[in-house]
Design a binder for this molecule. Structure first.
Ligand code: ADP
Ligand code: MG
Length: 399
């Protein structure tokens, strides 16, 4: 789960992390009121969307020369004008895709006199099973480009969970950022605070870009992105309350209610599969047959009729879907039970596109017999290759 910049900053502030003063706003009036509470004379008006690259982004509704979603205002009047331009409009950045994201919230924050921008992020490194802190002297810009062209400017510090954060980790972070004197000490303290926050909140990722050195010699977090391990969210009702569903795909929200792992993709074949590995293989074999999957969908081991029906509805709510491929292995569940679920669901949702079903496992023959005698236009397949070839042929035939 992702949260907004202002929410992440509020969480980090509780761990002592230095952030510029700022207030979130939902309307132009709130933005003006927020600016009045800040010392000024420089303010920054920042679009709050779950995507980065806002500064260099473009608003669909504004002329091409208009600035992006992070604007420096020199007066309250400018704050008002920028808020008016941003709220309700669609910001397109390299991370939003072409459709962009509508800006419904702003963050009005203190303008900072920046001496230098740095990069600092934390991730769970799957290779080592540890939290890694990644730092670079090249902040504010595209870190992927830095990693590609000047990898020597990036330092990774891995922290052993049994040992926890030690003073040497802090020194390594400060050294990687090439900081000296007072700033070096601040970086060591900051690294410890960030590690504490990351662990306490069960973060999956924390990125600070830029971390800045101010002209008066302080380190401040200017931009931050934070995401959480969804398996640990139950431990953090306060974090869960920060969820902004308007930033998420409605079908993915619906799927999460039924505990379905659903991810929308760009193709035409809707997939309903049990098990993530089988789902991946199903997507691969659809591609091998010349078409593309419209989604990834893992209904899980114990797929009930209710779950199968919900999954069907979610797949069919996607107007791009031209056919559905169901690929279920009846291991824990029996194929006849699954077939009953599919038939009930297909009747309930009034199936309008071709449906190919491949069942394998316990009671497979009873399952196939049920499908064949259901009276529904369900095409039964024998194996994965057969199923993919059949759904592609059916979709082409229907087109
Ligand atoms: P994004 O990464 O989405 O473009 P950032 O918050 O990183 O958004 O803002 C882009 C740039 O705007 C920063 O690299 C920084 O140079 C500038 N900026 C952001 N916040 C402030 C601020 N409070 N004061 C001064 N400059 C800022
Ligand atoms: Mg940034």
């Amino acid at each position: 789960m992702n949260i907004h910049e202002y929410q992440a900053k509020e969480l980090l502030a509780k761990f002592g992390v230095g952030i510029p003063a700022g207030i979130a706003a939902l309307t132009v009036e709130e933005a003006v009121a927020a600016a009045r509470q800040l010392p000024g004379p420089l303010y920054v008006v920042k679009a709050q969307i779950h995507a980065g690259g806002r500064g260099k982004g473009k608003f669909k509704e504004l002329p091409a020369e208009a600035k992006g979603g992070v604007r420096l205002a020199k007066s309250i009047e400018e704050v008002e004008a920028f808020a008016r331009e941003m709220l309700g409009n669609t910001l397109v950045t390299i991370q939003t895709g072409e459709a962009g994201k509508q800006v419904n919230r702003l963050y009005v924050t203190d303008g900072v006199d920046i001496a230098k921008e740095y990069y600092l992020s934390m991730v769970v490194d799957r290779a080592t099973g540890r939290v890694a802190m990644i730092v670079s002297t090249e902040g504010g810009m595209d870190i992927e480009e830095v990693a590609h062209s000047t990898p020597e400017k990036i330092t990774t510090i891995v922290i052993d969970p049994a040992e926890g954060f030690m003073p040497h980790h802090g020194r390594a972070v400060a050294y990687g950022l090439k900081l000296e004197g007072e700033l070096n000490k601040q970086a060591q303290t900051l690294a410890g605070q960030l590690y504490a926050a990351f662990m306490a909140l069960d973060c999956a990722m924390l990125e600070i870009n830029p971390l800045v050195e101010t002209k008066d010699g302080n380190l401040l977090v200017l931009d931050t992105k934070m995401s959480f391990d969804s398996n640990a969210l139950y431990r953090h009702p306060d974090v869960m309350a920060l969820r902004d569903e308007t930033e998420e795909d409605p079908a993915e929200i619906e799927a999460s209610k039924y505990d379905l792992a659903y991810i929308k993709l760009d193709g035409d074949i809707g997939c309903m599969v049990n098990g993530a590995g089988l789902a991946m293989a199903t997507m691969d074999i659809i591609k091998l047959n010349g078409m593309f999957p419209a989604n990834f969908l893992d209904v899980g081991g114990g797929a009930t009729t209710e779950k199968v029906t919900a999954a069907f509805k979610i797949i069919l709510s996607d107007p791009a879907v031209k056919g559905i491929l169901v690929n279920i292995f009846g291991g824990i569940m029996k194929c006849d039970v699954i077939a009953e679920g599919i038939i009930a669901a297909a009747k309930e949702v009034n199936l309008s596109v071709p449906l190919v079903v491949r069942l394998e496992g316990t009671n497979v023959q009873q399952g196939k017999d049920l499908l064949n005698t259901s009276g529904l236009p369900i095409v039964s397949a024998n194996d994965l290759g057969d199923a993919a070839a059949k759904i592609v042929a059916e979709v082409k035939k229907a087109a």
